[in-house]
Design a protein around this ligand. Structure first.
Ligand code: URA
Length: 243
C-alpha cells in the first residue's frame, strides 16, 4: 500500500478534527489510557483541542454524527446554517435536552451559546457546582433551527428523534434533564404542563428523566419562585448523581 503524503495526512487529520468538533467535542477522544494527563494541542481549527483518554462512547457518538450526515430528513434543513448536534463530554453522567437551536446556536453550530445558554451555564456552574464541558452533555430535540424560533413541528421531531435516542444510548447518562415544555412533552409523548410537572422524575428510553423549566422561560419570568423551582430540581438531580 502506498504511504499517503504529508499534505494528504494533514488534510485527513483536519477533516477528522472538524468531524469531532461537529460532534460536539472540545477534546480528542482516544480508546485507551495512552496519556496520563490531558495534553493541550493547538489544532488546525479555531479552538484549542486537548487529547483525552476516553471510551467507546466517544466513538459511538461520532458514528451517530456521521449517520446524521448533512441531514435533509425534514424541512428545517432548508433554513439552517449549521446542524447543532450537541456538545460536552460523551462520558458525562448528566445530559440536558433543550428544544432546538436559536439564531446564535445556528450561527455557531453549538447548543445553548446565546442568552439562554449563558443562563444554563450559570445553573450548571454556579448552581450545581459542575463544569459544563466536563460534567455534562447538551443537545436538543431538533438539531436545526426552527425559523423565527417557532416550536418544532411533529414531523421535524419525528425525523430527528432517532438521533437523540442514539446519542443518549451512546452516552448512557445517569440522568437526563428535559428543559422546558416542548422537550418534556416530546420525551414523554404527551402534553406536559411543565409548571405543574417540573421537579418530578420520569423514565425515557430506560433513562431517569427530570423535568425542569427552560432557561429562556426563566429569563422571561425571572421570579424568586421560578429560580427556586429550578434550584430545587437541580438539587434532586445532584442527589441522584450522588453529588
Ligand atoms: N434553546 C434551546 O432549547 N436550545 C438551544 O440550543 C438554545 C436555546
Amino acid at each position: 500500500m502506498q504511504t499517503p503524503d504529508r499534505n494528504t495526512l494533514l488534510r485527513e487529520l483536519k477533516n477528522y478534527l472538524l468531524l469531532l468538533k461537529e460532534a460536539g467535542y472540545s477534546e480528542i477522544p482516544c480508546e485507551t489510557e495512552l496519556f496520563t494527563k490531558t495534553v493541550p494541542l493547538e489544532s488546525t481549527i479555531s479552538s484549542p483541542v486537548k487529547i483525552m483518554a476516553t471510551s467507546k462512547k466517544a466513538t459511538q457518538l461520532v458514528q451517530v454524527r456521521e449517520e446524521l450526515g448533512d441531514c435533509t430528513r425534514c424541512k428545517l434543513s432548508q433554513g439552517r446554517k449549521n446542524i447543532v448536534f450537541g456538545s460536552g463530554n460523551p462520558q458525562a453522567d448528566l445530559v440536558f435536552v433543550g428544544e432546538g437551536p436559536g439564531a446564535d446556536e445556528d450561527e455557531q453550530g453549538l447548543p445553548f451559546v446565546g442568552r439562554a445558554g449563558k443562563k444554563l451555564t450559570e445553573i450548571i456552574e454556579k448552581g450545581m457546582n459542575l463544569d459544563r464541558e466536563k460534567d455534562t452533555y447538551i443537545c436538543n430535540i431538533v438539531k436545526c433551527r426552527p425559523p423565527g424560533n417557532r416550536d418544532p413541528e411533529k414531523e421535524e421531531i419525528i425525523a430527528c428523534n432517532p438521533f437523540l435516542v442514539e446519542q443518549l444510548k451512546a452516552i448512557k447518562p445517569k440522568v437526563v434533564v428535559a428543559l422546558g415544555k416542548p422537550a418534556a412533552s416530546t420525551l414523554l409523548g404527551r402534553n406536559v404542563p411543565i409548571t405543574k410537572e417540573r421537579g418530578t422524575w420520569h423514565e425515557y428510553e430506560g433513562f431517569k428523566l427530570m423535568l425542569t423549566l427552560h432557561p429562556a422561560y426563566l429569563l422571561r419570568a425571572y421570579t424568586i419562585e421560578n429560580r427556586k423551582a429550578v434550584h430545587d430540581d437541580m438539587k434532586k438531580v445532584l442527589k441522584e448523581l450522588g453529588k
